[in-house]
Design a protein around this ligand. Structure first.
Ligand code: UDX
Length: 407
């Protein structure tokens, strides 16, 4: 950068869920490494959960990055709910608050950051799922960059909701079930591969209201950045580019997968490396369903049974809130004892560190987009078990289009 040129100062605001915070943190580090000043904003609740998981009173999750010379500042904002509110067991109320209440808090914070910014704040990088970026960016005269953390295919399907509606594949009392072949840049997609929200019979939920508003708002962004790989989704991206500038920026992981000094996990990470070191290359199945979806107790029991009879070694991530009830006793009687020689069950781990270990030979996954990108990057084949939202559409990419997995 020329000496008299001012550094770009961007405010970055992820949607307050684990699967969004992680790619935002990776992007913040990349941009700061290219001489941006970043002010990263988490909700109070995400901040509190990360601090608790790390058993520290961490004032600032980016302190370690600053020690390495990166200019990343940190702020927190209310999502409109009390800190003690259980967001995991009440997804809808959490989302309702994000829709109705949180923008006022963000507006106030951005106003303060803009007033005091040194170098001056010139850019807002907000998650596409928010419904307010265009109004806040225009109020404070900021470049409005929308960050979409899922594949371009999912973006374009939400972007073309009206087309799906007009053609009777969405929002009709009797949705068509034939192949969809009219979305620009998408050769063909089956209705069963649409995101769960587009297959739902009730299309008036809070998530639907968020999607309708957010995908109107994104049309006013200066440009969109998408956590995908240009070569993998070039047709979809170039069709979208006819309407609005969109750039593929993935993959955005750190260059090496060891734990970094920047904490992003909402649960404390178990160290699996010693256990994995004792296993033969490619012999261990990694099983995880991400941070958001709940799995029924019935499915947990079936998976446990499958792992028992397969006789394969495995690491299974069972989040404390994996089943959406207070039931803590979810595994079949005697299961843990019967697999203790070959199975490691943990509440959470450093996933990218685990799947990049040579002992890992496969990943039974819910097809969350981060998990999908991380496995592709590490060359780990997938067994797909999509549960909700974009995961059905991601499965289509992985299994039908890219032939990297099975279902
Ligand atoms: C959800 C969606 O399903 C996803 O597609 C969307 O893009 C974001 O919201 P999530 O269900 O959490 O995300 O799945 P995923 O996108 O795979 O993200 C999970 C992240 O948590 C990954 O980066 C993964 O590495 C990390 N993780 C998971 C851990 O670090 N440790 C674990 O034990 C499990």
């Amino acid at each position: 950068m020329a000496k008299n040129q001012q550094k770009v100062h961007a405010i970055m605001i992820p949607y307050p869920f684990q699967g969004h915070v992680i790619p935002f943190v990776h992007l913040a580090i990349k941009l700061a490494s290219r001489d941006f000043t970043i002010t990263f904003v988490n909700t109070h609740s995400i901040h509190q959960q990360i601090s608790k998981a790390q058993s520290t009173d961490a004032g600032d999750i980016f302190a370690g990055a600053r020690e390495s010379g990166l200019d990343i500042r940190y702020a927190t904002v209310s999502d409109g709910l009390p800190l003690e509110f259980d967001r995991s067991l009440n997804h809808d109320q959490h989302q309702e608050s994000l829709l109705q209440v949180s923008s006022a808090h963000v507006d106030e914070l951005v106003g303060k950051l803009v007033c005091s910014g040194n170098p001056p704040v010139s850019c807002l990088i907000a998650d596409t799922f928010f419904v307010w970026p265009s109004s806040i960016a225009s109020k404070y005269n900021l470049v409005n960059v929308s960050f979409w953390t899922e594949p371009a295919l999912v973006f374009t399907l939400y972007y073309h909701l009206d087309l799906l509606r007009q053609n009777g594949h969405f929002a009709s009392s009797d949705n068509r079930v034939d192949t969809i072949g009219y979305i620009p840049g998408v050769q063909a997609i089956e209705p069963r591969d649409l995101m769960s929200y587009l297959q739902a019979s009730d299309i008036t939920t809070v998530v639907h209201r968020i999607i309708y508003k957010a995908f109107e708002d994104v049309k006013r962004a200066d440009f969109v950045i998408c956590n995908t790989v240009q070569e993998l989704e070039h047709e979809t991206l170039s069709a979208l580019n006819q309407k609005q500038p969109i750039y593929a920026i993935g993959p955005i992981f750190p260059n090496e997968f060891k734990r970094t000094k920047i904490a992003t996990s909402l649960w404390s990470e178990s160290d699996c490396s010693q256990w994995l070191n004792s296993k033969a290359n490619g012999s261990v199945l990694y099983v995880s369903f991400g941070s958001y979806a709940h799995v029924s107790k019935h499915d947990i029991v079936e998976i446990a049974h499958g792992l028992s009879v397969s006789e394969v070694d495995f690491v299974w991530v069972l989040r404390p809130d994996i089943v959406s009830s207070d039931d803590t006793d979810i595994l079949p009687d005697g299961f843990e004892d019967s697999v203790k020689e070959r199975g490691l069950i943990v509440a959470w781990c450093h996933q990218i560190g685990v799947i990049s270990h040579p002992a890992i030979g496969g990943f039974l996954t819910h097809c969350g987009w981060n998990s999908t990108m991380e496995s592709m990057w590490c060359g780990v084949p997938l067994i797909c078990f999509p549960l909700l939202t974009d995961q059905f559409t991601n499965r289509k990419l992985v299994v039908d289009d890219w032939k990297l997995g099975n279902l």
